[in-house]
Each structure stands twice: as C-alpha cells, then as structure tokens.
Design a protein around this ligand. Structure first.
Ligand SMILES: Cc1cc2nc3c(=O)[nH]c(=O)nc-3n(C[C@H](O)[C@H](O)[C@H](O)COP(=O)(O)OP(=O)(O)OC[C@H]3O[C@@H](n4cnc5c(N)ncnc54)[C@H](O)[C@@H]3O)c2cc1C
Ligand code: SF4
Ligand code: SF4
Length: 461
C-alpha cells in the first residue's frame, strides 16, 4: 500500500472494487504487481506507489482524459452519444470461409490485422491468445506473423492483463496494433498520452464491443457442467460455431487434459445468460463505453434479424481511421472482405441491452455512491437518460448482487468439490429474476392502460 496519506485514484479504484484488472498501473509502476486471485480475476497488489502517473493510465481513475477527450475529433459523424465519432458503419465478413469459420463473428478483427501486417503498416500485434502457463487459459501476447494472428482469433471471455506485454513493447522497437475491449483500449490510449515512446510505437488500436468481462470462473463453471472439472481443462473455445443454428446460438467447446473434446450449445448451460451477468466484474457496472469509442476501428456481433440466420457469423464494424476505411473499400472491390453500409440505429439496436445497463444503469449506480458521498469513478453525462421506476432499480440491484455472489458461490463449489453449490444458486436466482421480470411486464402494462384511460377522459371533456 502507498505510504502517503493521500491516496491515489488507483488505490481508491482498487479499494472500491472498481478495478477491471487491466494491469495498466502495474505496467508503469514497479511497486505494483498483478496477481491472479483465487476468485479468477486479476488484482493489482500495491506494495508502494512510485509513479503517480498511474492515475493517468487507469481507465477508472478520475484523472486524465475520458473517452470523449481521447476520441478522434476529426470524424464527420456521431450518433446520439452512443457510438462516439466515426467515419462509417458497416456489417460484413471475411470472404475466406475457413478464416471466417475460425473467428467469433465475421472474422473482421483478424482480417484487418492481417491486412495491416501484409501492407507493412504494422509488424507486431498485441492481442489475446491461448496460454500454456499453468492455471491460465489465455493471456495478452505479441504475434509476429500471419500464422500467429490467425491462431489468436476468437473471443475470450476470460480475465487478462497488460503489464507483461507493455514491458515487451518498452523493450522492443516495432510498429504495433493493439486489440482490446473498450476499457483496455482506453488504458493504452491514456498511456500513449503520457509516454511518447509508447505512443510512437502504437500505430493502430482495435476494439471489440463489450457487454462485460467475466472472471475465469465463467469458463470453469461451463466446462464443469460438461463433466470437465476446473483442474482438468486444457482449452476452451467460447465461440464454437454451430452451423445448423443461428449465429447467436453458438456453442462452447472444451478440451480436457486427455485431449477429449466436449461440446454443448451455450444456451443449454446454467449461468450463460448474459443479461443475468454471472461472474461479471463490478467495474463493468461502472463503464459507459460499449463499442470502444476511442479505437481506430471497432468490431461487434451483428445479431440483428437480417444477419443472425447466417451461422457463419457477421461483424458490425465502426471505422474511425481513413487508412482502415480505405483497406475495407479495397477488400470489397477485391472480393476479400464483404461489407455493406448499416445505419447507426441498427448498430445501437444490436447492443440495446448493454446501452440500457451501461448508460441508464450506470447513472443509477453512481447516484447511490453520490448520495453517500463515497468515492466512485465519475462517468460521462448523456442525454435522454430517464428516471427508472422502482422495479427497474430493483432489477438492476438484484442483478448486481447476483453477479457479486456468483463469484463467492463458485469458490464455495470448488472448495466443496460440488458443482451443485453453484448451479443451485443459479437456479434459485433465475427463478427470482423471472418473477421480477413478470412484475415489470405487469407494471408497464398497467401504466399503458392508465395512460390510455386518462387520454380518453381528457378527450371526452
Ligand atoms: C468480454 C467480451 C465481451 C463482448 N461483448 C460483446 C457484446 O456485448 N456485443 C458484441 O457485439 N460483441 C461483443 N464482444 C465482441 C465479439 O464477441 C467479437 O469478439 C467481435 O465481434 C470480433 O469478432 P471477429 O470475428 O471480428 O474477431 P476474431 O477475428 O475472432 O478476432 C478476435 C480478436 O479479439 C482478440 N480478443 C479476444 N478476446 C479478447 C479479450 N478478452 N480482450 C481483448 N482482446 C481479445 C483476439 O485475440 C483476436 O485478435 C465481446 C468480446 C469480449 C472479449
Ligand atoms: S483498472 Fe487497471 S489501472 Fe486501474 S487499478 Fe485496476 S489494474 Fe490498475
Ligand atoms: S464492460 Fe467496460 S469495464 Fe467491463 S470489460 Fe467491458 S469495456 Fe471493460
């Protein structure tokens, strides 16, 4: 811990549980080390703060530029504060079918990395790949070839941290592209603001849209339901494409230590419900960037009616960099990557639940901290945020508690070697969530009826 009486924001972030475990602070302060905790999350262990600039890197600190200040101001389009600024919005997929099938959505993230690499615009990629370290399935690493970029494809719902790869960048001159969820992109962009050498090396940032991050327990809990206990997991593919099902009904593929493969549709497993948020980090309840507003390009899942049926997967793409825009246009002409224009309304619609949770919900949650004058990350202000009714607040509070308790129940399940401890917890809370949802539907139906009656009464006067 810091010996100073005045705490850094980073210490307040950690004390308040707002830390996402990105490792940005540890990357620039030798007094801080990232530890992989038993609960399956990264946590900075602060021996001594030696570099006060950590507050300018941490994505949850109140010092340093926020997403609006980091975003490229020269873009010509913006939309209702939801997608940030951009040049164009597209939906599309890699026309190399095997690359598309080996990706999570349309393979756009890996395709653009390979294009930047082949054109000599970058020669190294910082992204998340499989790890052979004991007890860790994935980690941030540096890819130096097309083969390694291909191997790094796919979404990893798993904790990762940056301090080791940032150390690598410090010691290795190269042109890098960085791939991360929005808060990680924010951390590296903030680092670039204060570190000229890092800024010179960081050529492109690529964000993937983000609903929330999970602890390692998420993968472990799903694998265990397939008969593979946590210590027997060798590999997990969280986004195994099931070609007979719509793109959003993907599967999980677990390889155990005997190299036996176990596959199940994700929606047949307990705790997979993204809205309920098992193993969601508390930081994610205080994050208002859904699409990675500060990156050169962002990729998401096009789970809209017109794309969902294609199980091979389609990306939503938000472009904020002219070089990248040009590469996508050439990709279309040369029949390498298919794209079509898409409206901002459709992009926003595809992430509807996240916008509700992370704009309306974040306001509600920060308000609770304001009321008790407790330190919390200061979030941006957005227009059109309604005052939620008591049932919506009840629902948000219920889900936040569920997320936090899921970590504890899974730890208990592991200690007792009994998966039931966790699955019973999920079943009980799923039933409660359904009851709350029913109440919300009744209440809004009643509201509509009352408004109709009042309107009728006013007209007849
Ligand atoms: C935690 C998480 C939550 C997400 N939530 C949403 C959501 O709510 N809505 C939505 O539309 N999309 C979401 N995505 C993004 C989506 O799952 C796809 O990753 C995205 O559409 C890119 O697909 P692709 O086929 O272009 O990527 P691919 O070509 O498969 O490449 C994916 C790239 O992302 C990198 N990567 C994978 N996992 C991580 C990670 N955890 N952190 C940083 N980099 C990583 C890989 O190394 C690879 O370079 C989420 C992704 C993650 C990791
Ligand atoms: S969010 Fe990242 S930078 Fe902030 S305290 Fe946690 S690990 Fe450090
Ligand atoms: S929801 Fe926000 S804080 Fe959480 S991992 Fe995603 S970008 Fe980071």
């Amino acid at each position: 811990m810091s010996t100073s009486l005045i705490k850094t924001d980073v210490e307040k972030v950690v004390d308040g549980g707002f830390c996402v475990g990105c490792g940005g602070c540890a990357a620039i302060d030798s007094g801080i080390n990232m530890r992989f905790m038993d609960s399956g999350v990264y946590q900075p262990i602060i021996e001594k703060v030696t570099n006060p600039k950590i507050d300018e890197v941490c994505p949850f600190s109140n010092k340093g530029p926020n997403e609006d200040a980091l975003a490229n101001p020269s873009m010509d389009k913006t939309d209702e504060d939801k997608l940030g600024t951009y040049l164009s919005l597209k939906a599309g997929y890699d026309l190399d079918e095997s690359a598309r099938l080996h990706s999570s959505s349309g393979g756009g993230a890996s395709w653009i990395l390979k294009q930047l690499f082949e054109r000599g615009l970058i020669n190294k990629v910082i992204h998340v790949t499989e790890s052979d370290e004991e007890g860790k399935l994935f980690k941030y690493s540096v890819s130096k070839s097309i083969d390694e970029i291909n191997q790094g494809a796919k979404t990893r719902y798993y904790p990762i941290e940056l301090s080791e790869v940032i150390e690598f960048v410090k010691n290795n001159d190269a042109n890098y592209a960085f791939v991360g969820v929005p808060c990680f992109v924010k951390a590296v962009k903030r680092l670039a603001v204060i570190d000229e050498d890092f800024s010179r090396k960081l050529k492109f940032t690529i964000s993937i849209f983000c609903g929330h991050l999970k602890s390692a327990a998420f993968g472990e809990s799903l694998a265990w339901q397939l008969g593979v206990s946590p210590i027997k997991i060798k590999k997990i593919d969280f986004r195994h494409k099931i070609l007979s099902a719509p793109a959003n009904n993907y599967g999980i593929k677990v390889t155990d230590r005997e190299s036996e493969i176990h596959i199940s549709p994700m929606n047949e497993l307990l705790g997979k419900d993204w809205g309920m948020g098992a193993f969601r980090l508390k930081a994610c309840d205080f994050c208002d960037d859904i699409v990675g507003e500060v990156a050169d390009v962002s990729f998401g899942d096009a789970w809209l009616d017109k794309y969902r049926a294609d199980s091979k997967g389609t990306n939503l793409i938000i472009i904020r960099n002219e070089i990248i825009e040009d590469i996508f246009q050439k990709g279309l002409q040369e029949k390498s990557f298919y794209t079509e224009e898409i409206s901002s309304k459709e992009v926003v619609k595809s992430q509807d639940a996240s916008f509700r949770h992370r704009r309306h919900g974040v306001k509600h949650r920060t308000k609770q901290y304001e009321k008790s004058s407790t330190w919390h990350p200061i979030k941006r202000k957005f227009s059109g945020i309604d005052n939620p009714n008591f049932l919506t607040k009840l629902n948000w509070n219920f889900r936040a508690n569920y997320s936090q308790q899921s970590h504890e129940y899974f730890l208990k399940a592991k200690t007792k070697s009994s998966l039931d401890v966790y699955t019973n917890f999920v079943k009980t809370n799923t039933a409660k969530a359904q009851r709350i949802q029913k109440l919300i539907s009744h209440y809004s139906r009643l509201g509509r009826l009352i408004r109709k009656l009042l309107l009728k009464q006013n007209k007849s006067r």
